[in-house]
Design a protein around this ligand. Structure first.
Ligand SMILES: [Zn+2]
Length: 98
């Protein structure tokens, strides 16, 4: 299976460092606060496998559970599965930039 290597772009450290600064330290999908047993992972909103880019506009912090469950589904499908996406204001990826 082909695994696209992310080109130079924000690293995990960049993303999580910024989130910590912004005090948005929770999962973008289920709003679970990171820390303790909830491990932060970097999710590509539009999966790389489906043509998504490794860029700030396409990266969201996700807990391991969400990241695993979402896998490479389209964001619309995934949010549909969640049946009520998080309404948190500060941790939704900005889809308009770029
Ligand atoms: Zn989550």
């Amino acid at each position: 299976m082909r695994k696209p290597e992310p080109p130079s772009g924000p690293t995990r450290r960049d993303v999580f460092g910024l989130l910590e600064e912004l005090d948005c330290w929770s999962c973008a999908y289920c709003d679970a606060p990171f820390g303790g047993s909830v491990e932060a992972e970097m999710d590509h909103v539009n999966p790389l496998a489906k043509g998504g880019v490794h860029d700030w506009s396409n990266i969201a912090p996700a807990c391991r559970d969400c990241n695993r469950l979402k896998s490479d589904q389209d964001i619309a499908d995934w949010l549909g599965l969640l049946a009520g996406p998080s309404s948190a204001e500060c941790n939704s990826p900005d889809m308009q930039s770029g």
